[in-house]
Design a protein around this ligand. Structure first.
Ligand code: ATP
Length: 237
């Protein structure tokens, strides 16, 4: 397995408040890795630290190249697509325009239209609403659009921050089925922060548990699923 993302000794702070303390994790090529943890554990901060959106110390490499010190706006060009918590689409643009914007870093302009049509096959609801303003979509549709838009950059690594937040159970299941498809059929590598641990572990290869800014447990999805502490804290049985 080739390591795609390697995080070593990562500290992150908001001003004087240190949130991450020596986080080590890695994501191999074509893997799905889930980051679990209670509210406030530092999951979003980990994603933001990887994208250099917060003050960080330590090392984050993508395909061996160091990201610490890189400006956040360079991440898309390096192959990282980030779907932030609470979505991140342009409400005043249509669905189709949002997808076009998602492809702005690409040089192969000729293939962009074809990929937009592929997004509509992956998320048929978006196809039906291609001329609708993103701001008028339902929460679930906006989440699909945020993911589809991220994929338009043809990322090497997709970072998803609580994609299920605020969505109905059926929509969540559909969304995770799509993540699974994208990984299995197109080999998209993913790091997912998710409160819905059951569903996330279903599609994940491996998982990490973050507590108070430190990784306290890691293993295969099956190992974590059968761990008593994980079951009690995150799986609810
Ligand atoms: P949740 O599951 O509730 O989203 P999380 O694990 O993603 O939680 P983070 O959002 O990473 O947690 O927050 C970790 C800690 O950092 C929390 O104590 C939070 O209050 C603090 N924090 C987050 N953003 C900021 C900020 N901009 N300024 C100061 N502190 C912050």
């Amino acid at each position: 397995m080739t390591t795609m993302l390697e995080v070593t000794g990562l500290d992150a702070s908001y001003g004087p408040v240190q949130v991450l303390r020596g986080v080590d994790l890695h994501v191999d090529e074509a893997e799905v890795v889930v980051l679990l943890g209670a509210n406030g554990a530092g999951k979003t901060t980990t994603i933001r630290a990887i994208c250099q959106m917060v003050d960080t110390k330590g090392s984050v490499t993508l395909g061996g190249a160091e990201l610490v010190g890189t400006r956040p706006e360079k991440m898309a060009g390096l192959g990282i697509a980030h779907v932030p918590q609470g979505r991140g689409t342009f409400p005043e643009l249509t669905v189709d325009e949002n997808l076009q914007v998602g492809a702005f870093v690409r040089k192969d302009r000729a293939h962009v239209r074809g990929d937009i049509e592929r997004s509509y096959m992956l998320f048929p609801r978006l196809g039906e609403r291609r001329t609708q303003l993103a701001g008028s979509l339902s929460g679930g549709e906006q989440q699909m659009l945020a993911v589809a838009r991220a994929l338009m950059s043809r990322p090497r690594l997709l970072l998803l921050d609580e994609p299920s937040l605020g969505l109905a159970p059926l929509i969540i299941q559909g969304l995770f089925a799509r993540f699974n498809e994208l990984n299995r059929e197109e080999g998209v590598t993913m790091l997912i922060v998710e409160q819905n641990a059951n569903l996330a572990l279903d599609i994940a290869d491996r998982a990490y548990v973050l507590e108070a800014g430190r990784i306290v447990l890691s293993g295969s999805a099956a190992e974590l699923r059968s761990n008593d502490a994980v079951r009690r804290a995150y799986l609810g049985f």
